[in-house]
Design a protein around this ligand. Structure first.
Ligand SMILES: [Mn+2]
Length: 440
């Protein structure tokens, strides 16, 4: 269904200007004060504010709909019913937060009938497309073969061929949208010991990925996303970063590893995984979220903000010491991958983009010369405190000033609530009975 541009889209700019006018003087005072404090530490608040303005993370098309658990889903009023309405919500998020100019599409959940029309629609709203996501972890109407026992690693070559063809189709759609990458996550694995021959399944994975890789356009990147468990509960085929690294290396330069924070065992040291992949030249991107117990898909920075900071500490360190990395093109793709079950998805995505930006700016405060000296002299406590000093600095005035200077809202969630956007959408978008939703 090609929906005309019915109704109004976005937040009226004069509302954002009014919101900012009421807060600008206090923000300027806070920003100036923080600038003086940081100057005493040899840091330039203007440089940090500019860096915060440049920070970008993609939002997932499926993230603007209410998520759900395997038990229930509680839809919110005015939630988007199709990909056009999802882009409207993504545009509102970017309008207020100014950190999310790209959308990551999931095919076939958000399959556009006319990709060129969707690309124009997005451009009119100041948006572009990030990595494409293929889905071979569930069956869709009309499919000849079922993925019940696997997709790219299925024992039957015909099922593998169908899954390969789907990925090639997703790449073709992505080309029309201006995307430059595809993320492949599969649900393949086993629920019972003995069900799957571990090594044979991984060989089949590589063989299928080689076929997808052969159809990858020049300039594109293929991201491999690993996951330790779920939906397969005993074993998964691409279970961890080491396996992902080995496969990416086997497949070639256009293939990189993608780290979804929720796809690890609860005690995994994720910042160490990040450092390893940087060192080996294979860190391609992230799916950001947070968790307490497993793949919880909670909002980024909501449970373990220090872990998020430590991940960005590795990223900023790598950015600042180019010689330490093998890959000179180092520019990992950032995307949020969360499920919003009990909050307004727009508010959660605004908050999460802000949390990533915060972790990035805090990591930029780390005194790296001092840290290197403390590490060299084995001054453990001071090395740790050097990181903690950056982590405990309140950089909110930098984030708010970055938003203001980029044309966004000083307090994006406050501005969103005051705008009446959700109530307006609830009138324009009567609820539909069934709604595709999910999270990978
Ligand atoms: Mn993911």
């Amino acid at each position: 269904m090609l929906r005309a541009m019915a109704g109004t889209f976005g937040i009226p700019p004069e509302q954002i200007e009014r919101h900012n006018a009421e807060r600008r003087a206090e923000l300027e005072a806070d920003h100036t004060h923080l600038g003086k404090q940081l100057a005493r530490r040899g840091l330039d608040v203007e440089r940090l504010t500019t860096a915060a303005q440049r920070f970008e993370v993609a939002v997932p098309s499926w993230g603007v709909g209410t998520g759900g658990t395997r038990f229930a889903r509680f839809p919110g009023p005015g939630e988007p019913r199709d990909v056009w309405e999802k882009l409207d919500d993504c545009a509102a998020i970017h309008q207020l937060g100014r950190a999310t100019p790209r959308v990551s599409l999931h095919i076939p959940w958000d399959e556009p009938e006319d990709p060129s029309a969707l690309a124009r629609f997005a451009k009119e709203r100041g948006l572009a497309f990030d990595a494409m996501n293929s889905n071979t972890f569930q069956d869709f109407p009309g499919a000849k073969h079922s993925y019940k026992f696997g997709s790219l690693t299925h024992t039957d070559a015909a099922v593998r061929r169908q899954a390969i063809e789907h990925n090639l189709h997703v790449i073709r759609v992505g080309e029309k949208l201006g995307s430059r990458s595809i993320t492949v996550w599969i649900g393949d694995g086993g629920n019972f010991p003995g069900q799957i021959h571990f090594r044979a399944a991984l060989e089949r994975y590589l063989e299928s990925l080689r076929a997808i890789h052969a159809g990858l356009p020049a300039g594109w990147t293929l991201f491999l996303e690993h996951k330790v468990y779920e939906p397969a509960l005993y074993s998964t085929v691409l279970n961890d970063w080491g396996t992902s690294y080995w496969c990416a290396r086997e497949l070639g330069d256009q293939v990189q590893c993608l780290v979804d924070l929720g796809h690890h065992a609860p005690t995994t040291n994720i910042e160490l995984v990040v450092a390893r992949l940087i060192q080996f030249g294979k860190l391609g991107g992230f799916h950001f979220n947070d968790s307490k117990h497993g793949d919880d898909d909670l909002d980024s920075g909501s449970i373990q903000p220090f872990q998020l900071f430590l991940v960005f500490n590795e990223l900023v360190d790598a950015e600042q010491s180019r010689a330490a990395r093998r890959d000179p093109r180092f520019a990992p793709a950032y995307m949020l991958d969360q499920s919003h079950n009990v909050t307004d998805p727009i508010e959660s995505l605004l908050a999460s983009a802000g949390e990533l930006q915060r972790a990035f700016v805090q990591a930029s405060l780390v005194d790296r010369d001092a840290l290197a000296r403390f590490q060299q002299s084995n001054d453990v406590l001071m090395a740790h405190r050097t990181l903690k000093r950056a982590f405990t600095t309140d950089v909110e005035p930098i984030l708010a000033m970055a938003r203001l200077r980029s044309g966004g809202a000083i307090d994006p969630i406050g501005a969103f609530r005051a705008s009446g956007y959700r109530a307006r959408k609830a009138e324009e978008r009567p609820a539909v009975s069934s709604h595709r939703s999910g999270i990978v």
